[in-house]
Design a protein around this ligand. Structure first.
Ligand code: PMP
Length: 424
């Protein structure tokens, strides 16, 4: 893991200055209302929700309330909600659980299922699929995306085979912020599934990783046409270590964490009581449609200002991914002749937190698989920066960031220009 001391500056000097956080896609702070809801469940109401006595009964009620909130948010039944430790676990459960169910009945030797996903998924989806491929449990197709960062329905249609049983397409990209046509894919798969039923072919289950979508997009599971949907608490102002997998009633899936009977026997392990209560409280904020829309508009306005000003004021700067089909809070820019990593570190010294991609792999110096999937060259992918805003971001912060970014890009370009001149 990265260590701040490796960068050769002291954390103390950074703490003195006012810092600007523009990395909401990595994680969000816990809302005060969320924290307040959680506090009684640390020490006062601490019973194990699976205990039969009254201590357990009162905390089970709190878990049930959180489950009701999540069910309302997804327009599902509470019995279709499974609490997990985050989106990583939810995505692993979706993919591995469906495969485990597939193999729970005796199969013929060459009967291998086929999975389709995209080349821009989060590593927890990509690596689960790659692991299944490596273990000989599934064939996998990684769909390409176009230059705009969007998958095409035609490519998906062409990839479907008689043995396809699972499609996983993320709702919103955590790196470039593009939005995939989930409900269109849901409709297409529903039509294909009715034809397959007549032909006695297996049903294709549809899963979406909605981790970066929950704050701003409609997550009605029927409207989206999904069988499985995952999301995480720490992107919606709830604590880290919390997540959800929605599993449509009747879906062929088996648990991957064996143990107790928690979560309708779909996920063994003592409940993360405080975390689940916090997640429920955060989702209740999202269930207030008016306030969700207000936050969305406020953030969208800031994002448009950010994009317009950066592209206008910084020469040779570009927006990665579609300009239109994007989420309100994530943007990803490319700057010619500048290293994204250098930019990130320089901005950090100025007290500004941005990212070069997913927080889960920001220790790596490999170029982002998402940017390469857009068709960018290695040096272009290395010259990219992700900026993600949230409900506490102000216009003043955005303007300070743009000013510092402009100066930093110019300085780094001067340095790299001088270095190149020295070698001539
Ligand atoms: N999927 C996406 C799209 C994400 O952005 C993230 C978090 N970066 C994850 C999955 C993993 O979520 P968690 O941190 O809750 O495991």
């Amino acid at each position: 893991m990265r260590d701040a001391h490796n960068y050769g500056f002291s954390l103390r000097s950074k703490i003195i200055m006012a810092r600007i956080y523009l990395d909401y896609a990595a994680t969000t702070p816990v809302d005060k209302s969320v924290l307040d809801a959680m506090l009684p469940y640390f020490s006062k109401n601490f019973g194990n929700p699976m205990s039969v006595h009254s201590f357990g009964q009162e905390t089970l009620e709190a878990i049930d309330d959180a489950r009701e909130e999540v069910a309302k948010f997804l327009s599902s039944s509470p019995t279709e909600i499974v609490f997990t430790s985050g989106a990583t676990e939810a995505n692993n459960l979706a993919i591995k659980g469906v495969l485990r169910s597939f193999y729970s009945i005796v199969r013929k030797e060459n009967e291998k299922p086929h999975i389709i996903t995209t080349s821009i998924e989060h590593h927890c989806v990509l690596d689960s699929c790659k692991a299944a491929q490596k273990d000989g449990l599934a064939e996998v197709t990684f769909l390409p995306v176009h230059k705009d960062g969007i998958v095409r329905l035609d490519d998906l249609k062409k990839a479907i085979k008689p043995n396809t049983i699972f499609v996983s397409v993320m709702y919103v990209s955590n790196e470039i912020g593009t939005v995939q046509p989930i409900s269109e894919i849901g409709k297409l798969l529903s039509k294909i599934n009715s034809e397959r039923e007549e032909a006695k072919l297996p049903k294709i289950l549809f899963h979406t990783d909605a981790t970066q979508a929950t704050n701003y997009w409609d997550c009605d599971v029927t409207g989206l046409g999904v069988d499985l949907l995952s999301f995480s608490g720490h992107k919606i102002y709830a604590p880290k270590g919390t997540g959800v997998l929605y599993i449509k009633k009747g879906t062929a899936i088996k648990r991957i964490l064996d143990g107790g009977d928690q979560e309708y026997k779909m996920r063994g392990g003592t409940h993360n009581l405080t975390g689940i209560v916090g997640l429920g409280a955060a989702v209740s904020t999202l269930n207030d449609a008016k306030s969700k829309e207000k936050v969305r508009r406020q953030i969208e306005k800031l994002r448009d200002h950010l994009i317009a000003k950066i592209l206008k004021e910084i020469p040779k700067s570009y927006l990665n991914g579609s300009k239109e089909k994007r989420t309100p809070n994530i943007v990803n820019f490319r700057f010619d002749d500048v290293e994204g990593e250098g930019l990130l570190l320089s901005l950090d010294l100025e007290g500004i937190a941005v990212s070069t991609g997913s927080a889960c792999s920001s220790g790596a110096l490999d170029p982002s698989h998402v940017l390469l999937a857009l068709g960018l060259r290695h040096e272009q992918a290395h010259g990219s920066l992700r900026v993600s805003i949230g409900k506490h971001t102000t216009k003043q912060e955005v303007d300070i960031f743009i000013k510092k970014l402009k100066e930093t890009v110019a300085r780094l370009r001067r340095i790299s220009g001088n270095v190149m001149a020295d070698f001539k």
